[in-house]
Unconditional design. Structure first.
Length: 374
């Protein structure tokens, strides 16, 4: 087993494999369950629970991307690890609606299984010389400690569980940061095309969940002008979010990773593993808001639903702006203007029909797209 931080990597360029796409389907289900949890618990407590679970799910997915990135495309070990973890993450998804209730232990144990498989996959990569054992041991210890808090918390009452799961999240997310920047830099060589593609695909997964949320809400309503308006503007807003991510920035960020040989791991960790959580959370929270808006149609949205709709877009754009700043430098003033605009919409539409709020949010996002294009 490698004991130094020096690693070699064969197959520095690769793409997403079919088994990885198949594995993603379990996370599609998990994200759907998080959205459903938030829709049915539009309170500050429900929001906190949903965000904690989303952060856990995101970290599990992101961690696997890193480990798989250090494997060859045809690695049998990677395929077995992905298929085994697919079953576990699906079971964890089943438990999401009651993860802060009767199914807390089921979620904690299945989630822990996913993370342990991830660590085993990384150990295999280090045995092949594709990752640094020293770095893996560093954040692996933090992961095990976090999983301990997760399992123990699942056995206690909800209030204590929430505290311990928050501690678990803090430890897990801080794990890589506990390594010195020099040691983290030596974790592995990043297959840039595969890495950037995987994170882009997860953004698409979340945008797809927004479309599914709109469809689920529309299925329960008779077709009317208000329904067509709410659905149409909700889809336009989703298209606008897609365009802001998959415009020039996604390409420029990937190119920056290719050029940043010395700090590619640091840039990838900061820009993708951490800052993409804001982007993903923004899309999921927006999906909650737009689903409730389609359900309410002509009625005024509650403050909670309006905040999810407008705040979700604002959080997405803030994450996008931070990603831009970290990866390519600079700030997009149009993006900052759009963030201000959606908060103005939130403040000014307390008595407006739900479909109109969606229309205004869609307009703000589309104006941003047009401004960037011009």
């Amino acid at each position: 087993m490698e004991s130094s931080s020096s690693v070699s990597f064969t197959g520095a360029e690769r793409r997403t494999t079919p088994v990885e796409l198949f594995w993603d389907l379990a996370f599609v289900y998990a994200i759907t369950q998080v959205t459903a949890l938030l829709v049915h618990h539009l309170t500050w407590t429900g929001f906190f629970h949903g965000v904690v679970i989303l952060a856990l799910v995101w970290w599990a997915w992101s961690a696997f991307v890193w480990a798989a990135n250090a494997q060859a495309e045809d690695s049998a070990t990677m395929q077995l690890a992905l298929l085994a973890s697919l079953v576990l993450i699906f079971l964890a998804g089943l438990a999401v609606p009651s993860a802060f209730g009767d199914e807390a232990t089921l979620f904690a144990l299945t989630y822990s299984g996913v993370r342990l498989i991830h660590l085993a996959l990384y150990v295999d990569a280090s045995r092949k010389g594709n990752a640094s054992w020293e770095a893996i041991a560093g954040f692996g210890a933090a992961t095990l400690a976090a999983l301990g808090f997760l399992v123990i918390g699942s056995l206690l009452d909800t209030g204590v569980q929430a505290v311990l799961w928050t501690v678990a999240l803090a430890i897990d997310y801080a794990g890589p940061a506990w390594l010195t920047r020099a040691r983290l830099r030596g974790l592995q060589r990043v297959a840039v095309a595969h890495f950037a593609e995987r994170y882009g695909l997860f953004v698409i997964i979340c945008l797809g969940e927004s479309i599914v949320a709109i469809g689920l809400a529309a299925n329960e309503k008779p077709v009317s002008a208000e329904l067509i308006a709410a659905v149409g503007f909700g889809l336009l807003a989703t298209i606008g979010l897609w365009r802001t991510y998959f415009g020039e920035l996604a390409v420029n960020a990937e190119q920056r990773l290719r050029q940043d040989d010395g700090d590619v791991v640091l840039a990838a960790a900061d820009g993708y593993s951490y800052l993409h959580l804001l982007i993903v959370a923004g899309i999921v929270i927006f999906a909650v808001g737009v689903r409730v808006a389609v359900e309410d149609l002509g009625e005024p949205l509650s403050a909670a639903a309006r905040l999810a709709l407008c705040g979700g877009v604002a959080l997405y754009l803030a994450g996008h702006a931070a990603f831009r700043l970290r990866m390519v430098g600079g700030v997009n003033s149009f993006e900052l203007g759009a963030i201000v605009a959606v908060f103005v919409i939130f403040a000014a539409t307390g008595a407006a029909a739900a479909w109109l709020v969606v229309a205004l949010v869609a307009a703000a996002v589309l104006v941003l797209c047009a401004a960037e294009a011009l």
